[in-house]
Design a protein around this ligand. Structure first.
Ligand code: 3BY
Ligand code: FES
Ligand code: FE
Length: 419
């Protein structure tokens, strides 16, 4: 086994990781244990399960979790495993149930996870000891996070305190999913996240996304720019300030919050202006959906972006929202799951054209997936050595990589202390 502690300790600051962090199955297993097994993982939205009895199954590496809206409307999460002999319980990605019935010997659980029926188990059998095993589940203004650990990081509360006011005006709980899509990326999950945390690559690779989106929006230091570009960056900074002031006066929190490197539940948010008509991530920069989200009255609400470590990013606009989760498969493959949300009363073909709504991000995801694949190919070969992040456009990538290194080290130090 690679000496993980020594590799992490000797990681060169400001550089990509050594190859095994992107390729080695044992490090991947450690990632699944420490990062995906002990942190808050973004898995979907409340409106994935809009009605009582609705169930969604999400797979976090090998662990399947059933997310269930119970009869009282409370969203709960359980391991998707029968407490009798361990059969998988729910077999559809999404379904609606009265109760959860195991196919094997027909044990029946209600939507709170309680075992309510089990034949032939004898007088002494205690049903109350055999309910479904719960998984921590929290909804942050309609964004669903789960944590597979026994004790979930407590600073979720702090993230919620800071982020909820930003999300509230978009009212994600009053939305519906217009479209969802899974893209298989041929890359380690960390390459997908690294790629997302910068826009250095945007100009050369995202002809659609760069119509509405300014590449300066994701951490950009104008100091080293040549004069012409510096002027653009400085104009952007002025526009950003003006927009933030206007939006905040309209009750739309907008200022940057960057907690990428000082929280266990690490996140970043900021409301960003958009180019052209300034309304949406569409090719004409105008709203794709006539009906705005929540109680918004101004379509020009920019794009509120939110990142959470280890596995999500989001764009919340006046007319729609796009939410993304990265679900690792193995050391060299990941699923990128994308969901497009519109107001629940918006009608396809009348209030929005689906292709217009999803076009920019369907194209962008494919482009990003290809870039991630190129890196995976590169790191596999003997020629790869860690390369430097730009101190001017990739400082947020460095923060996210630092977060990963820090979390792995913290856990390994703890297990050593116990041993
Ligand atoms: O999705 C994001 O968060 C952005 C858009 C382009 C690259 N990335 C920084
Ligand atoms: Fe589920 Fe037997 S394994 S009822
Ligand atoms: Fe990209």
């Amino acid at each position: 086994m690679v000496d993980l502690v020594s590799q992490l300790t000797h990681r060169k600051k400001g550089y990509t990781l050594e190859a095994p962090f992107y390729t080695d199955p044992e490090i991947f297993e450690a990632d699944m244990d420490v990062i995906f097994g002990r942190h808050w993982i973004f898995v979907g939205v409340d409106v994935d399960v809009p009605e009582p009895g609705d169930v969604m199954v999400v797979k976090v590496h090998q662990t399947e979790v059933a997310i269930v809206r119970d009869d009282d409307g409370v969203i709960r999460a359980f391991h998707n495993v029968c407490r009798h002999r361990g059969a998988r319980l729910v077999h559809d990605d999404k379904t609606t149930v009265g109760n959860l019935v195991c196919r094997y010997h027909s044990w029946v659980y209600d939507t709170t996870g309680a075992l309510i029926h089990a034949e032939h188990m004898g007088q002494d059998f205690d049903k109350s000891c055999h309910g479904l095993k719960p998984v921590h589940c929290r909804s942050l203004e309609g964004l669903l996070f789960i944590c597979l650990a026994e004790n979930a990081p407590a600073d979720f509360d702090e993230m919620e305190r800071q982020i909820a006011p930003y999300l509230a005006p978009h009212n994600l709980r009053d939305a519906k999913i217009a479209y969802e899509h899974d893209l298989l990326e041929h890359g380690n999950w960390k390459l997908t996240i690294e790629n997302n945390r910068e826009c250095y690559h945007c100009g050369a690779n995202h002809p659609e996304l760069t119509v509405p989106l300014f590449a300066y929006g994701f951490g950009f230091d104008p100091k080293e720019l040549d004069p012409a570009e510096r002027e653009h960056a400085e104009n952007y900074a002025c526009m950003l300030n003006d927009n933030h002031r206007d939006w905040e006066s309209q009750g739309l929190p907008s200022k940057e919050i960057d907690r990428l490197d000082d929280m266990v539940t690490s996140f970043r948010t900021e409301r960003l202006p958009l180019a052209g008509a300034g309304e949406s991530h569409t090719l004409n920069t105008e709203r794709a959906c006539k009906k705005l989200m929540g109680n918004l009255t101004n379509a020009k609400a920019g794009a509120l972006h939110l990142w959470t470590q280890p596995n999500s990013w989001h764009h919340f606009m006046g007319d729609h929202a796009v939410v993304f989760s990265v679900l690792p498969i193995d050391a060299e493959h990941s699923i990128l799951r994308t969901k497009w949300l519109v107001h629940k009363d918006a009608r396809e073909g009348i209030d929005y054209d689906l292709q217009n709504l999803i076009g920019v991000w369907m194209a962008t995801n494919q482009q990003d997936g290809d870039l991630v694949g190129y890196c995976q190919q590169g790191v596999r070969g003997k020629g790869y050595v860690p390369g430097p992040y730009s101190p001017h456009t990739e400082m947020l990538v460095e923060k996210c990589t630092n977060w990963y290194v820090g979390r792995m080290m913290a856990h390994l130090a703890q297990t050593r202390a116990v041993a």
